[in-house]
Design a protein around this ligand. Structure first.
Ligand code: WQD
Length: 322
């Protein structure tokens, strides 16, 4: 079978392409290169430059590559931008997905994997977030991911497509320095930026109801995200009736203070004291996955820890900021 990976030239997409190619899958990539870079793709993987919003392009690519499965990773992912431009986010993330699914149904695609996010949970009030925890997104970005899951599940059920929505928690790290990313508003790159400029890293609030007062997240290495896609894709092939919703996390919470400490250690900048500022609006105190369902369903669990995420992200940062 041939898999089309949308957004395959992006940060997460290129890691999924690498892992699926190494796993022996036949792959083509569709990417509009808005944030993707062709040089992220391994040799021999065909790149079609275009958007999932272009139905004619979708139809042509599905036909020319005889696609039977899709991994849909393309999308917009900045929370603050989604608050400022909700129409744009719904267009790109929901209308884009709807157009792609329409093309997929028309082309007889029978397997569909969708990149979702822990953002669907909003401000969960539980220790470990399971897939049964109620979804209550608090920004348009999270809403588009939840609407996307509904669209994927409903389409799969009606049109005989095996589907999986994968809810990524806080992605960090890189497989190689070249594949790294400086996802501008995320903790790890923001601390790198401050430290390398000789500035104090910012901690957005230390009065949360957590042991050290700072927010707790479930950080997951992008290579683990990628290996979860390989496992999910195999499962969809084996089970044509699959309709899965799975967290991809480690089930281990790390606080901002702990994370900043590890980053300072890895970068060797332990001399600079972090600076506590006001809370950033919309930040939940604690979001940590239960990783039980994915372990049961796919036999998958994360291999890498936080230190490996930070070390690999730092190697990439140094490459891009010599
Ligand atoms: C982590 C923690 C900050 C920077 C976001 C999206 C989510 C998902 C992943 C996906 C928070 C704190 C950060 C800094 C800090 N998106 N922080 N100082 O907000 O958990 O998740 O990215 O595509 O939907 O919301 O990730 O990395 O921005 O923040 O104290 O300089 O670090 O307040 O507690 P977040 P993040």
């Amino acid at each position: 079978m041939t898999w089309l990976i949308t957004g395959g030239a992006g940060f997460i997409g290129s890691h999924v392409v690498k892992a699926m190619a190494e796993g022996g899958e036949r792959i083509a990539v569709l990417d509009d290169l808005s944030t993707g870079r062709p040089e992220r793709l391994p040799e021999g993987v065909p790149l079609e430059v275009g958007t999932v919003l272009d139905r004619e392009a979708v139809d042509r690519v599905l036909r020319e590559h005889a696609v039977t499965g899709i991994v849909h990773i393309a999308g917009k992912k900045q929370v603050a931008e989604s608050v400022a431009e909700p129409l744009h986010y719904y267009h790109e993330n929901v209308e884009g997905l709807r157009t792609l699914l329409e093309g997929a149904v028309g082309a007889g695609v029978t397997r569909f994997l969708f990149s979702s996010s822990a953002a669907v949970y909003g401000m969960p009030d539980v220790d470990l977030v399971t897939e049964a925890t109620p979804c209550a997104p608090i920004n348009p970005y999270g809403e588009t991911k939840l609407a996307g899951e509904w669209l994927v599940t409903a389409t799969g059920r009606t049109h005989g497509m095996a589907t999986a929505s994968l809810r990524y928690f806080n992605v960090a790290g890189a497989a190689t320095p070249e594949l790294g990313d400086d996802g501008v508003f995320n903790l790890v790159p923001m601390v790198f930026e401050r430290l390398t400029a000789g500035e104090r890293p910012l901690v957005f609030g230390d009065d949360y109801p957590t042991p050290d007062g700072t927010c707790i997240r479930d950080y997951i290495h992008v290579e683990d995200i990628a290996s979860a896609h390989v496992a999910a894709a195999r499962r969809l092939v084996a089970d044509p009736d699959a309709s899965l919703v799975l967290n991809i996390g480690r089930g281990e919470g790390v606080s901002v203070t702990e994370m900043v400490g590890i980053i300072q250690d890895v970068t060797g900048r332990t001399d600079i004291e972090p600076l506590v500022t006001d809370r950033r609006p919309g930040d939940p105190a604690r979001v940590v996955a239960s990783a039980d369902r994915i372990a049961e369903e796919l036999g998958w669990s994360a291999r890498y820890g936080v230190r490996e995420m930070v070390e690999s992200a730092w190697a990439g940062w140094q490459l891009r900021h010599p």
